[in-house]
Ligand binder design. Sequence first.
Ligand SMILES: *Cc1c(COP(=O)(O)O)cnc(C)c1O
Length: 238
Amino acid sequence: MSPPQPPTQPSLDGILARIRRASALRAGPPARLLAVGKTQPAEALAALHAQGQTAFGENYVQEALAKQAALAELGLEWHLIGPLQSNKAALAAAHFDWIQTLDRAKLVPLLARARPPERGPLQVLIQVNIDDEASKSGCAPEAVPELARLIAQHPALRLRGLMAIPAPDPDFDRRRAAFRCMRRLFEALGSEHGGIDTLSMGMSDDFELAIAEGATLVRIGSALFGPRGFRPRASRPA
Ligand SMILES: *Cc1c(COP(=O)(O)O)cnc(C)c1O
């Protein structure tokens, strides 16, 4: 085993080029990049912003609030991509621009009620558990239409589409099949509701495959920032 290597500088251009190449091989506009900053310090996000990145995903509400405060003047777009507990819904509705993990009816009124009117509608994606029986996150595919109708009743929420985290199956054909199921659900949702334009799927090791199958937003962490959990010696807390 070689010792852990320090991450190289975030390489936004390289990832954007791969996204553009993958997007050019299919119909529709290029997929957007969501930079996933979990466990990364605010300075790493700021460095990526300096290269032009504006949309950032966070998994934990508390961790995100600290970075949002540190980076407030940058005007970043914040997406919650981690599981949302009911007792954090009000906080999340007030501090994020997008919630990608709405997966149960109970969250809908909690988010709608807590959204500050001056921030405009909260952009939401329904998270679907497409194939991962071990995961407790995400609704069943069959539950999407009902959840979508519920969301559409709340002007404080704007339904934009679907999100999924397929099981990290080493068999890429199975991942492709999961992405393809999501694409069909997404198209069905779009035929029932206006404004459906976002299919969030694909991470560092499979985003090109996800784009080929119709992803409009890819969520990338380690390929951008290097391995998670690494802290330069100087900034390690005493
Ligand atoms: C961590 C995470 C990502 C990014 O994962 P990488 O493999 O580091 O690109 C994307 N989506 C979600 C929901 C995550 O939790």
